[in-house]
Design a protein around this ligand. Sequence first.
Ligand code: CP
Length: 318
Amino acid sequence: MNFNRKHLLGIRELEASEISHLLDTADSFRDVSKREVKKVPALRGRTVINLFFESSTRTRTSFEIAAKRLSADAINISVSTSSVNKGETLLDTARNLEAMAPDCIVVRHAMSGAAHHLARMGKAPIINAGDGSHEHPTQALLDALTIREYKGRIEGLKVAIIGDALHSRVARSNVHLLTKLNASVSIAGPGTLVPDEFAELVDNGLRVERRIEDAIEGADVVMILRIQRERQQEAFFPSMREYAVHYGLRMDHLKRAAPDAIVMHPGPMNRGIEVSSEIADSSRSLILDQVTNGVAVRMAVLYLLAGGARNDADEKGH
Ligand code: CP
């Protein structure tokens, strides 16, 4: 099948078949990063702009590496030294970048809806690299690729998501993706961070729990969320210490999960708060595998949105 979308703004609007196609395409690119010469010509002559208004280690770097492994020219805009500092708006910034004919713009912004705004108002394909508390579609895709790699499937798995779902774009994208692919999902956290209404995010397949133990019971996958201190304007729990006691994942919790349960975290981790180092550094943890798969997923997304198929057709003389 073809991926007939101009933008990747979120998982919510995707069909299950489109998600599977993205994952299959990512699978096909995984091998490139294992070669001695880590480059294919798929996006030769194409230009990718990374426009990050928020801090990032994994997403920004892996989009840049992905673009370069596809032979695209990758341009990183450092917002701190750009004309945003002189008061230029997000839209004017994007329009000026578009005037230089990029083949796509990857954007991360603190405002939920920022990527949709640019997609509506601009011309270039937009890839959402995280917008506020809304969505982080490529994170959910790389999480799914990692689950598929270790479990062979998504359908029928029990996935427990633990922590600050309220502020988490990773949680929203993962809930949409996992339920569309027929996993059974439970989310646990204090009522302030996992409100009961969260269960209404999708039509079915999502359970809200208060106790970490109830969410983890029999889970095949345990996904831990970062406490998003930068998005918390008020106190959502009494103290970090108290949060760690009630919602920090420890080895004894995992006894309730399936014997071969895997543990994931999107990073960056608050060690000793939402996850113990004993777990983060254990053989159950796939945290660095997630990062590795991030390159393959971003190669797939760039290939499908920035003209990879058109390059292939040109090469075949169509
Ligand atoms: N998971 C994730 O988005 O990490 P970064 O903020 O480092 O990109």
